[in-house]
Design a binder for this molecule. Structure first.
Ligand code: ADP
Ligand code: MG
Length: 395
């Protein structure tokens, strides 16, 4: 059991708090601030405990100098200030001598947000590579480290695992809630369990798919992942997104052989094509032409998937039925969510796009739990082990 906020002496301490403020932003405008809102409970508790608070977060990827401009945490700083209804400080530096002075000058209940931790990746991948010097430097800014970045907990970075090796540490309220909820509703939840897996890149998820197959009763596949399975079954998927990697294709074949009764695949689809923007057609899977591209699933697929859902008590969703970001290809996702809503199952979802689709299409109230993680949620559900938390003190 990890040490929690309530079991840690935080009174009057200097605290480094790691949040995940990696919110979607377009043209400097935050599209969805839920990740910032979800951190408020921990921040307010640290304020109550009279702490001096230094907050760290990554934001997007930083590979070039231009990325530093696009991926500044400044819009998050402004929003956080509004949500907390108090003045807070922002440092454009992630590591500098004068940061010590700034931190020392903080008064109890003051908050200092540092710039995107991944700015340190420009100096040789120091943040993402979990550089010991950088980890020690950030640890030296505090008496206690609080890890509340659930969505980043599947990786060992300097600002997550790194710091926790050098100072007393505990998890924040968000991480605590995520671990407890995922355990309660999915790991120890009512069976049968249906898992929905979708998304573009099968390479990222193949190992997780295999782990889920050992635990779930039905696995409903969608998106690019389903396409790769269809391709291995020699179904013509035209120009649809699918893996070409021989190792992946071999693995998929093995999974299809070993778990045929659990894996469910689409029956009908919506296709588009690259040469004609107005070409959008409904087709059964045996009707595809060589230049068709699968962009959504059809109603027969939803009916088929409904049979698994009706036999289940719990459904975990990670992935959308189609390219839901485009209104023309969002019907499958909407119909699938409507079908889930009508079931009596405990519904849980994780993943940026999945949760975003659930919110946009108005199904948030039908879900028992929406996880703030994507990769971290999947990792925890498959083996209950999050590398980013492995340095946190135990009780
Ligand atoms: P999450 O972010 O919840 O983990 P993913 O990113 O894995 O989910 O999956 C959602 C993404 O998959 C969306 O961006 C969606 O456009 C894409 N997608 C769904 N179906 C298809 C498809 N048939 N072809 C290409 N991309 C797809
Ligand atoms: Mg996604």
């Amino acid at each position: 059991m990890y040490k929690t906020l309530k079991n840690t002496d935080l009174k009057d301490k200097k605290v480094v708090l790691r949040c995940d403020f990696n919110v979607p932003i377009k043209d400097g405008i935050i599209l969805d601030d839920s990740k910032i809102r979800e951190s408020l409970e921990t921040i307010n508790y640290l304020i109550e405990q009279n702490c001096k608070i230094v907050i760290l977060s990554h934001f997007g990827k930083v590979k070039t100098k231009e990325d530093k401009v696009i991926n500044s945490l400044e819009p998050v700083y402004i929003r956080l200030k509004e949500l907390l209804k108090r003045d807070i400080y922002f440092s454009h530096e992630t590591r500098a001598v004068n940061l010590y002075l700034q931190v020392d000058a903080l008064l109890p209940k003051d908050i200092l947000l540092l710039e995107n931790t991944r700015f340190e990746d420009l100096n040789g991948n120091l943040e993402s590579g979990c550089d010991p010097q950088l980890s020690m430097y950030w640890a030296s800014l505090c008496d206690v480290f609080v890890m509340d970045a659930f969505a980043s907990a599947h990786r060992k970075h300097a600002s997550t695992y790194g710091i926790s090796k050098y100072v007393p540490s505990c998890i924040g309220f968000l991480v605590e809630k995520e671990l407890n909820s995922l355990k309660k509703y999915i790991i120890e939840g009512a069976k049968p369990l249906t898992v929905v897996m979708g998304g573009a890149k099968i390479e990222d998820k193949i190992e997780l798919i295999e782990s889920f197959l050992n635990k779930c009763d039905y696995l409903l596949l969608t998106g690019g992942i389903a396409n790769t399975f269809l391709k291995v079954l020699n179904i013509n998927i035209g120009e649809s997104l699918a893996s070409k990697n021989p190792t992946i294709l071999e693995k998929v074949k093995e999974l299809l052989l070993n778990y045929r009764e659990k894996i469910m695949l689409p029956l009908d689809v919506i296709v588009a094509t690259t040469y004609d923007k107005s070409y959008i057609k409904y087709k059964h899977l045996n009707e595809l032409d060589s230049d068709d591209i699968i962009v959504d699933c059809g109603n027969k697929t939803i009916e088929k998937y409904k049979t698994a859902v009706l036999n289940s008590k719990t459904v975990f969703v990670n992935g959308t039925m189609g390219i839901y970001e485009d209104e023309r290809f969002s019907n499958g996702t909407k119909e699938f969510l409507r079908m889930l809503k009508e079931s009596e199952c405990t519904l849980v979802a994780g993943g940026g796009d999945s949760v975003s689709a659930i919110n946009i299409f108005g199904y948030a109230d039908s879900f028992t739990y929406l996880s703030s993680g994507g990769g971290a949620t999947l990792k925890f559900l498959t083996d209950e082990n999050l590398p980013g938390l492995s340095g946190i003190d135990e009780e």
